[in-house]
Design a protein around this ligand. Structure first.
Ligand code: ADP
Ligand code: MG
Length: 730
């Protein structure tokens, strides 16, 4: 008998090699060639239109209809010269993927003649028939009104798929009444809130600053497997992760994969998707193997957060598409394989001024030191005050498998700052007393700038366990999941930072009004914030049980599952901070909460169905047919008159297999019942809880018995590609 697995293995072996190397091309020669960049704008737009677009991108000024017509015409001319026939509003709904609905430039005029047209209306706003995107009840289906609206701050680009080329207009996705239905609209609002709050605080130090932008550099981890093999596994096809599968004899225990040489097929694939990314202006810089076999990472040069979020979404899409050309499948899932590490997406975040200063880079003079300390301490204070929101921002069914599994940060949010900065903060706390003395200025004269590289050298290896670590000139939020839209954690981070900076300014101004000198006032409020936020700082091993206990004593939250973690979005404090900064109304927050819970339910529900299906239609038949082979064998040996000793082992095996079959059968039935109970619960919060605490508990049971069967059932009969076949791609 040849199982699908065997056919897939044969097909994989005969797979020819696809050549996709750079062939001497320089990255600069292709970079952003498919992007409507400033240079393309100059070439295709009138002076007036160019200025209007630039202004809008920079300061959010409105573009009028006439100007939009001109810009659309310029974009169309640029795109058509590159063979584009269609356009789409490209957006990032809460489904977690990107969405597009293509329209042709082609249309028919009233007199029947065919023309190609793309006007300001089509550029500015579209109404995709979007009633089926998640909306948490905001947009009742009968209204079916969701709009995509052009975001001029992210440049248009041409997406190539096969031989087709489409002009993509980055947009936000909102309901008819302006409520946001995507990841981008709230992100843009948080960028504006942070800009305002940070500029105000910058003015204590430098009046020339007029704009502060958040910057983001993400590090994307992923697995690559053979496509034909992946297609032979319903769990990989439908859920993006394996629901059963025994660990291979060799996993990651030898630690020989990390930074090892990249397998040929994957190397070709990387070069291919890098080139496609460069054309789209995604500034990829780094590639390497990750810890688990079959796992890799890429990272770009950091960019302004809005663009960086778009680029990460785009990259995930490009990777999926390009992989097909190589008969590979990219697994972006947070935990595709049990027993080896999962994947994350570190979000490196900082703040940059339009005067060219990184506000989280230590300064060289007392004045710039004070500015650095101000933003540094405010970031810590923000995380302290709203740790639960950061946790909620990264909560997903997928990420639950990873957080706290001793390979990724725990679900407890804490901040790592390193030994030297801990000393600096302690020093400020103890030294600055009621009156700020001459002596206290010593702190500002500390050579923070020079000290930091040294302390980072001895610390970077040890702080890998921290969910939120200061890494010299930026914070690195490491608990983000690999499939996540970075818009979610970035919106929260920007918002809570804006809130903290606003409070900071209020507190400093109050002291100044009382007659304190500015520096003194700043130091006093900093000291106050350092003291108040001390609990969130942790320098030790985040994986240890001791930390979980210590964190509990400190009163830090430890939400292990998504349904619990998401509740943070609808607390009074969350509503206040989002509302005060103009990010979400209460209704939007409630809707988002509901959408995310529903997404959780759907994910677990699909997994439960697929697991039940695989168990019943793949695993059990394989086990039973092997049982038949054994039973026949026993009967034949008996017929031949051979004694029991000759078939004792077979009988034993038969019993073992029967035991596992029975357990799988019982657990699948119980899981189906649990699912029914959950589905009959209308309250989405309760339903998510039931899926989490009841339905999901059967997953491990079923998997355990299935994996035991994998070890004993004849290899030829086993239907699903095994871990060793999936993970060791050459
Ligand atoms: P690693 O964390 O692996 O040591 P790096 O620290 O060099 O690697 O960079 C990781 C990511 O952080 C890269 O995407 C890089 O561009 C980004 N990064 C560096 N500086 C900043 C910054 N000021 N703001 C945001 N991201 C940054
Ligand atoms: Mg890093």
């Amino acid at each position: 008998m040849s199982s699908l697995r065997y056919l897939a293995l044969q097909e994989m072996a005969s797979e020819g090699k696809k050549v996709a190397h750079y062939g001497g091309k320089r990255v600069t020669s292709m970079f952003a060639s498919n992007v409507f960049t400033g240079r393309a704008m100059r070439e295709y737009l009138s002076d007036e239109a160019y200025k209007s677009l630039m202004n809008s991108a920079k300061s959010g000024t409105k573009i009028d209809r006439k100007m939009a017509d001109q810009i659309a015409a310029g974009m169309k001319a640029w795109a058509e010269e590159r063979g584009v026939t269609h356009f789409t509003h490209w957006f990032q709904p809460l489904t977690g993927t990107t969405a597009e609905k293509h329209d042709s430039f082609f249309t028919i005029k009233s007199d029947g003649t065919a023309i190609e047209i793309f006007d300001g209306d089509a550029l500015i706003q579209q109404e995709p028939d979007a009633s089926s995107f998640p909306n948490g009840g905001i947009r009742a289906t009968f209204e079916a009104r969701g709009y995509t609206a052009w975001d001029p701050s992210s440049p248009a680009f041409i997406m190539e798929a096969g031989h087709g080329k489409t002009l993509c207009i980055p947009t936000i996705f909102i309901a008819y009444n302006g409520e946001s239905l995507d990841y981008k609209a709230p992100l843009l609002k948080s960028i504006a809130a942070l800009d305002k709050a940070a500029v105000d605080v910058c003015h204590y130090f430098d009046k020339n600053v007029t704009k502060v932008t958040a910057t983001l550099g993400w590090e994307q981890e992923y697995f690559v497997v053979d496509e034909t093999l992946a297609n032979a596994r319903p769990d990989l096809v439908m859920c993006g992760r394996t629901l059963v599968g025994h660990s291979p004899a060799k996993g990651q225990q030898l630690e020989d994969h990390y930074f090892g040489s990249i397998p040929d097929r994957v190397y070709e694939f990387m070069q291919d998707f890098e080139q496609e990314s460069y054309k789209l202006g995604i500034p990829l810089r780094t590639r390497h193997n990750e810890v688990a076999p079959g796992q890799f990472e890429c990272a770009p040069i950091f960019e302004e957060v809005n663009i960086a979020v778009d680029h990460n979404s785009l990259l995930m899409d490009v990777m999926n598409k390009v992989a097909k050309r190589h008969k590979l499948k990219v697994l972006l899932h947070e935990k595709p394989f049990a027993g080896v590490n999962g994947s994350g997406k570190h979000n490196n975040w900082s703040l940059a001024t339009d005067t060219g200063v990184n506000l989280l880079a230590p300064g060289k003079t007392p004045r710039t030191n004070l500015m650095f300390l101000t933003f540094f301490v405010n970031a810590i204070k923000a995380v302290h005050d709203h740790a639960d929101l950061l946790r909620a921002a990264i909560a997903s069914a997928n990420n639950d498998h990873r957080l706290g599994a001793n390979e990724a940060p725990p679900a407890i949010i804490s901040v790592y700052v390193g030994k030297y900065l801990t000393e600096v903060l302690d020093e400020i706390e103890t030294r600055v007393k009621d009156k700020f003395s001459e002596q206290d200025e010593v702190i500002l004269k500390l050579d923070i700038h020079k000290q930091i590289p040294e302390l980072l050298m001895d610390n970077t290896d040890r702080n890998r366990t921290s969910p939120f670590a200061f890494t010299g000139n930026k914070f690195e939020f490491r608990a983000v999941g690999s499939t996540a839209n970075c818009g979610s954690p970035m919106t929260v981070l920007n918002t809570i930072m804006a809130e903290s900076l606003k409070n900071f300014k209020r507190d400093v101004d109050a002291l100044i009004e009382k007659g304190e000198k500015k520096e003194v006032a700043l130091m006093h409020v900093l000291r106050d914030y350092i003291t108040k936020s001390k609990n969130i700082r942790f320098e030790g091993d985040n994986y240890s049980d001791a930390w979980a206990e210590e964190a509990k004593k400190r009163g830090l939250s430890n939400f292990k599952t998504t349904p619990e973690a998401l509740d943070a979005f609808v607390t009074e404090s969350a509503k206040k901070v989002f509302f005060n900064n103009g990010i979400y109304t209460n209704r939007e927050l409630e809707a988002r909460h509901e959408i995310l819970l529903e997404e959780y339910v759907k994910k677990v529900q699909i997994e439960a169905r697929i697991l039940g299906y695989i168990a019943t239609n793949h695993i059990l038949p394989a086990a039973i047919s092997y049982q038949n082979v054994l039973a026949e064998n026993v009967m034949k040996l008996k017929e031949l008159g051979l004694g029991e000793a000759s078939y004792k082992a077979q009988l034993n095996l038969l019993q073992v297999i029967s035991g596992h079959i029975q357990k799988i059968n019982d657990n699948v039935e119980a899981m189906i019942e649990a699912r029914k109970r959950a589905n009959n619960t209308d309250d989405m919060h309760k339903r998510a809880g039931l899926y989490c605490n009841e339905v999901k508990t059967y997953f491990d049971e079923i998997r355990y018995h299935s994996d035991k069967l994998e070890l004993v059932v004849d290899d030829k009969t086993w239907p699903l590609p095994k871990y060793r076949e999936l993970l060791y791609l050459r």
